[in-house]
Design a protein around this ligand. Structure first.
Ligand code: G1P
Ligand code: ZN
Length: 546
């Protein structure tokens, strides 16, 4: 194919700083001339010319995915990459992208997604860079990318026509090969290597296992159909909302009690299957529910850890486990019971990367519906569902009774997250700043009948490379073991979101049956009081409770 490399003059855009999970902005922002190109060139500038070997590209299929993929192909060619691996039609779930990077020994990948945020011309788009181990780039790299975006004055792009990526094939562009891969097949094969598919298949055939998986019109539909229906033999129609749409059907593909309502309704009926599950826009999040029994993500992580021997991937034991700081301490208690190392990291999957690479942990999770193992360097929704199916099969127990076993053995962390969305950025910053200022005198005081034991701002020192990440959220610990955490979201595209995480630990197995929202209500009020929420933001109640 004929093509010329063109150098385009450009100027920096403000605010191209990657957040918790890459750069996320409104589609309209990404549609501005040079906006995406500046960011992509800034990423490529951080990769030395000799290292520009293989790059993986793909995304969750949301509006603007197709255009962004073609732009990246043109820029990869112009910037001297030898090969680009791309999913058919540019679709690759986030965990599958991480797998492709590892499988094809790529130098990294550009993952196009705004995760669970809505999609469409007026909604959100995003891009992030994952490194050679398949992990979202660590802060050192994202800072270097950001510095590049502030100084950029030109980018390189080829003037070639759009590449046909509608089929699995290899296209030779003389200086670069585009390899279009069937990422569903690759990912299915990976799952097959980690789980006992024959046993699971028998479980579905005998009726012991059954599932309803809500793909929320996002990227996991084809993956879920291939694995649960075509390979494991779950009844046809077990995967609902299976066709990926560019606007996710106008919905909000966030697998939680609020947005996965269709699934929750199915699971509350008498005819409900044994397991209900959902995943988000890009397939990294998961929701787990039994018949009328929601499993909180923190508990799901703890159940997987407690029963890890039922999962072939972990049959020789678990190296260690990790959770993000706001995630409940249920995992810590399981780790203690099983004598496993347990690490606490800041919010965001990138912080697990070093621990996984160093073999210190093999199972990680976040309260935000994220769980995964050491097979990729992203959270992995379908993988988590396969873990649950494996545990249910081996134990012959329902999600509800597995949850009860957990609480009986290690107590229960009543847990809730309160999100205050749509807050003006300045006000949200002021709230965190004032709260931080109040911390030194908080310990030893009583708030609504609870004694404050300690309070601090979480700072993380990476045990592998000693890098330090400060300012990762405010923590207030109470004498009775309860905890309240405050932090600002780093994934929003316009106004600020204040996240308030509430945890109340109950060690008495007889007292584990309360409703989580009720059980954490008083803590929610204390959090409002401590942060002067109403006075500073005008908000009297959270906008979303999960
Ligand atoms: C949110 C979650 C975090 C997750 C991230 C990407 O980030 O809280 O756990 O890793 O999305 O899915 P936040 O908006 O809180 O910065
Ligand atoms: Zn996601």
């Amino acid at each position: 194919m004929d093509n010329q490399i063109v150098t385009i003059q450009t100027q920096p855009f403000e605010g191209q700083k990657p957040g918790t999970s890459g750069l996320r902005k409104k589609v309209k922002v990404f549609q501005q001339p040079h906006y995406l190109e500046n960011f992509v060139q800034s990423v490529m500038n951080t990769i030395s010319v000799e290292d520009r070997t293989t790059l993986v590209v793909g995304g969750d299929g949301r509006f603007h995915n197709d255009i962004a993929v073609q732009t990246i192909l043109k820029m990869a060619l112009a910037n001297g990459f030898k090969k680009v691996i791309v999913g058919i039609n540019g679709l690759v779930s986030t965990p599958a992208a991480s797998h492709l990077i590892r499988k094809y020994n790529a130098i990294g990948g550009l993952v196009l997604s705004a995760s669970h945020n809505p999609a469409g011309p007026n909604e959100d788009f995003g891009i992030k860079f994952n490194n050679a181990s398949g992990s979202p780039a660590p802060e050192g790299v994202t800072n270097a990318i950001f510095e590049n975006t502030q100084a950029i004055n030109e980018y390189l792009i080829s003037d070639m026509d759009a590449v046909d990526i509608s089929d699995a094939q290899e296209i030779d562009l003389n200086d670069m090969v585009v390899q279009v891969v069937d990422s569903v097949a690759d990912y299915t094969e990976l799952m097959q290597s980690l789980f006992d598919f024959d046993a699971l298949k028998q479980g579905f055939a005998s009726g012991q296992l059954s599932i309803c998986f809500d793909a929320m019109h996002a990227v996991t539909g084809p993956y879920a159909k291939s694995i649960f229906e075509a390979t494991l033999g779950a009844a046809e129609g077990s995967v609902i909302n299976a066709a990926p749409l560019t606007d996710f059907g106008g919905g909000h593909p966030d697998p939680n009690l609020v947005h996965a309502k269709e699934l929750i309704d199915i699971m509350s009926q008498d005819s409900a299957p044994a397991l209900g599950a959902a995943s988000d826009g890009d397939g990294d999040r998961n929701l787990i529910t039994g018949k009328g029994c929601f499993v909180s993500p923190s508990d799901s992580l703890a159940v997987i850890a407690l029963n890890h021997r039922a999962i072939p991937q972990f049959k020789n034991g678990l190296a260690g486990v990790a959770r993000s700081m706001p995630t409940s301490t249920a995992l810590d208690r399981v780790a203690q019971t099983l004598s496993l190392d347990c690490y606490e990291t800041p919010t965001g999957w990138k912080f697990f990367g070093n621990l996984l690479d160093a073999g210190k942990v093999a199972l990680c999770g976040e309260e935000s519906f994220g769980t995964s193992g050491d097979h990729v360097r992203e959270k992995d929704g379908i993988w988590a569902v396969l873990c649950w199916l494996s545990i249910m099969l081996e134990s012959n127990k329902s999600p509800e009774s597995l949850l009860r076993d957990l609480w009986q053995q290690t107590g229960r962390s009543y847990y809730c997250r309160h999100d205050y969305e749509g807050v003006e950025g300045d006000k949200a910053n002021q709230l965190l700043a004032e709260l931080t200022d109040s911390l030194p005198t908080l310990a030893g005081t009583e708030v609504s009948g609870l004694m404050v034991k300690a309070a601090d701002v979480f700072s993380y020192s990476d045990p592998v490379d000693d890098s330090v990440s400060n300012n990762q959220g405010v923590r207030v610990f109470f004498e009775n073991g309860s905890r309240v955490v405050f932090r600002l979201s780093g994934t929003g595209t316009d106004s600020a979101t204040i996240r308030v995480y509430l945890e109340r630990v109950e060690n008495d197995p007889q007292q584990c049956d309360e409703d989580a929202q009720e059980a954490t209500k008083a803590l929610g009020e204390i959090a409002k009081q401590l942060s002067k929420m109403e006075a500073l933001t005008g908000m009297t109640a959270p906008t979303v409770i999960t």
